[in-house]
Design a protein around this ligand. Structure first.
Ligand code: 26V
Length: 785
């Protein structure tokens, strides 16, 4: 791409789209014009990639969530033109950062699961894997969060307000989706996923629900305006908003409709393309297409495929079922029982009765198989797909799917040994592990250009951006003072940048010379932000008692959204903010401790936080965090992990060395052993400093605005048995923090720990993960333009 051409294209686009000249254009207008001009440059490659992939076996990622974040910066990097475009904009007196910052995050996901889909898309394109993503184009993504008086307040997220220049609406590839009460259109919007260091451009296809008819003319003519657009609204409601994954009760019907729209449109799309090639559907459909179910949300794809093959393509049920068995695989992302999806069969029947019949038929055949294999009564019950008038989506996915995978070694082991033990006994060959990963393009190259340059300088080239295992070659510089100094001064620079952003957005001043201890993730009891809060409060009390206490100046940063209906999570937000208020305003501690709860934590905020962390807090109750991926982002940017041996932390510590991280707390086996004998009160009574901070919930130290929320938190610990073992882990947490403070004193040794974390993060590239899926589950070949 030539600079002059790009400039002309931007000017032209601003003229036809906004009717003005570039010098009068607003930031978002420039953003749109620049994006459209860049898009123009990749469309040919995009179409060629699609054609190339269509020639062989293809894989499809079915996911209800894609937490994409911003597109512009990432696409500039993938296209290899970031610096060139920055220079061009500079010449035009435009600051590229301002243009990047105007872009709204595409927040079409709740957390880790949704962000993983986004990383996989990026990696598949870069690794030249024929993978198409299918999802939903919600008008409103995950809510925006503000903090008012310490409480979380939610606001709608209309991410499309400036338009969506990177998507192309493909009207001609619309599918009609049938629900018992109405038919709607599913219109695809395609987003290009631009590979780095390759011409390949993959596709993320997001479906938007629309009415078959814009409005009822007769009703409108009769001046019944509301009624005239009622059907339009009912159709559009389906993809109006992303559901927070705690809203299990309300909106159930709509959520099920969303899931069906996603899978029905996607399966129809796959079959249509297959028929364009082969004329009819044969069993080759299963041989040429592999579908990955991202959690159970898209599991209805299984009965939908069978329904179409039997009812519309004239295959037998057996033939159709065996095609489905060949096509689908399932990834499990959590062992939390409440997160396992079950749907009332009355609901399924109400919306799509034929789908229920298909599920019943699968269940019937499965039971017959089990009986024939000698299973009986109780043993069969746990395998049933339909049980107690509910369809168990995980059972359907595991029974039909050809593979089942966990997302970190420990998680997969737990699935095999406990959570899905019976299934592992039945189908041992289906179980696999695929440890999660993150894309190094966004989580290093884009968010930390300073560290990226240093790595490139030391390694001699940029190959590491496509092969992160090359970071291992940095390890030999661990004693090189000049490299370490540069490494740590970059860390400092990123802390300064974050401090500036925090000042602007939260109004709090933080000191880049203090230790940045960062916990960023969804707010959930099992992630134990409350334990971190207790620790901070205890530290504050101790500093107050002893002003000479030997600790480094420290800043605790939290970023987390609590789902709107999750009362306890919201209470924890308030509690953290109460502590922040107390600590930050106490002049007597000389600013030794600062606490900041950043508002509206999201992908673009994470890009600023990860590079600035001195400590990565990963403190979930052992056995509860399936993997975690934030842990990998912080590690890659050179932060030692302060954490439990849970999820991928286990592998992180294996890679970078236990001595370079801070591991504390109970392990999975300890918790099993403690089991029913666990009595949180023992810990509370025997440990005065623990008692003091827990009591702060109820002794009037803090104000929960009269909500009773803090008392409820107190009860969750002392009356309801402290399900997540906060009290049991408190002392170990505290002692391990002391080790951090001790280690932080020796600047050189500290720098080595940080550096070794970056050197050993290579394995956590999602390029590695996606290649494993391609080779071991989908059996698809890499294909390069
Ligand atoms: C769902 C629900 C729904 C009901 C209420 C409570 C609740 C809590 C958690 C969830 C989790 C949904 C699945 C999910 O996001 N899992 C995350 O997947 C990441 C990618 O594999 C993984 O790194 C995280 O450890 C895992 O929590």
């Amino acid at each position: 791409m030539n600079k002059e051409e790009l400039k002309l294209s931007i000017e032209r686009t601003i003229k036809v789209k906004y009717g003005k000249t570039l010098d009068k254009a607003l930031d978002y207008e420039i953003f749109n014009a620049l994006s459209l001009s860049l898009l123009e440059n990749i469309v040919d490659d995009w179409n060629e990639t699609t054609e190339l992939y269509a020639k062989g076996k293809q894989a499809y990622y079915f996911s209800a969530e894609y937490l994409m974040g911003r597109a512009l910066g990432n696409n500039l990097i993938s296209m290899g033109v970031y610096d060139e475009v920055r220079e061009l904009l500079e010449e035009l007196n435009i600051n590229i950062n301002k243009i990047e910052e105007i872009e709204e995050d595409a927040g079409l996901g709740n957390g880790g699961l949704g962000r993983l889909s986004a990383c996989f898309m990026d990696s598949a394109a870069t690794m030249e894997i024929p993978l198409i993503g299918y999802g939903l184009r919600y008008n409103n993504g995950l809510f925006n969060q503000y903090v008012e008086d310490g409480f979380q307040v939610e606001d709608g997220d209309y991410w499309l307000k400036y338009g969506d220049p990177w998507s192309i609406r493909k009207e001609s590839e619309t599918q009609v989706i049938h629900f018992e009460d109405m038919d709607v259109k599913a219109v695809p919007y395609d987003m290009p996923i631009i590979g780095y260091g390759t011409r390949n451009v993959n596709t993320l296809r997001l479906w938007k629900a629309e009415p078959l008819k814009e409005f009822d003319f007769k009703l409108f003519n009769d001046q019944k305006y509301d009624e005239a657009i009622r059907l339009k609204n009912r159709a559009e409601d389906i993809t109006r908003v992303l559901y927070p994954n705690d809203s299990t009760e309300e909106g159930k019907l709509l959520r099920l409709k969303q899931q069906y729209l996603l899978v029905s449109a996607s399966i129809k799309d796959i079959i249509k393309k297959h028929k364009e090639k082969f004329g009819t559907v044969t069993k080759r459909l299963g041989e040429l297409n592999a579908v990955q179910l991202n959690d159970t949300h898209p599991t209805l794809g299984i009965p939908e495929l069978i329904r179409i093959l039997v009812d519309e393509e004239g295959l037998t049920f057996d033939e159709s079922l065996s095609i489905a068995k060949c096509m689908f695989s399932y990834t499990n992302h959590t062992i939390l029982a409440e997160a396992l999806e079950k749907w009332d069969i009355t609901l399924i029947k109400e919306l799509f009765p034929r789908i229920l019949e298909v599920i019943q038929e699968i269940d019937k055949r499965f039971i017959a198989e089990l009986k024939a294999a000698g299973y009986s009564g109780n043993a069969i019950k746990d395998y049933r797909i339909i049980y107690k008038k509910q369809a168990r989506m995980a059972n359907l996915a595991i029974h039909v799917g050809s593979a089942v995978n966990g997302v970190a070694k420990l998680h997969t082991d737990i699935l095999k040994e406990t959570e899905l033990k019976n299934w592992y006994e039945l189908y041992p060959e289906k179980f696999q592990n695929k440890t999660n990963g993150i894309t190094p393009r966004r989580w290093l190259r884009l968010c930390n250009p300073e560290l990226s340059s240093l790595i490139t300088e030391v390694l001699g080239n940029e190959d590491w951006v496509r092969d992160l295992s090359l970071l291992k070659n940095l390890e030999k510089y661990v004693n090189d003072k000049s490299v370490l100094n540069k490494f740590m001064s970059i860390k400092h620079k990123k802390k300064e940048q974050l401090a500036e952003y925090v000042k602007e957005n939260e109004g709090v001043t933080i000191d880049p010379d203090s230790l940045f201890d960062i916990q960023i993730k969804r707010l959930h009891e099992y992630k134990r932000q409350l334990l971190n809060a207790f620790y901070i409060l205890d530290l504050y009390y101790r500093v107050k008692e002893d002003s000479n206490m030997d600790i480094p100046k420290i800043t605790f940063l939290f970023g987390a959204k609590a789902f709107p209906g999750y009362k306890r999570a919201k209470a924890i937000v308030k509690f953290i903010n109460e502590i922040a208020n107390l600590v930050n305003n106490d002049k007597t501690i000389n600013g030794k401790i600062k606490v900041v709860f950043v508002q509206n934590y999201r992908v673009s905020y994470a890009e600023k936080l990860c590079p600035a962390a001195d400590i990565s807090k990963q403190i979930s109750t052992a056995g509860k965090e399936a993997s975690g991926t934030g842990n990998m982002k912080l590690m890659l940017n050179g932060a030692p992990t302060f954490g439990t041996l849970d999820g991928a932390n286990v592998e992180i510590v294996n890679e970078s060395g236990r001595e370079n991280n801070f591991i504390f707390g109970l392990e999975v086996e300890d918790i099993e052993e403690l089991g029913k004998n666990y009595n949180p009160k023992d810990y509370y009574e025997k440990n005065p400093s623990l008692k003091r901070v827990v009591d702060a919930l109820v002794d009037g130290t803090f104000d929960d605005g009269g909500s009773g929320d803090f008392e409820d938190l107190f009860d969750s610990l002392l009356e309801e048995g402290d399900q997540y073992y906060l009290l049991a882990d408190f002392q170990s947490f505290k002692e391990t923090e002391d080790k951090v403070f001790e280690a932080y004193k020796d600047k050189e040794e500290w720098a080595k720990k940080c550096f070794l974390n970056t050197c050993n993060a290579g394995i956590f590239s999602s390029d590695r993960t996606i290649l494993e899926y391609a080779r071991e589950i989908w059996m698809v070949e890499r294909k390069s333009l």
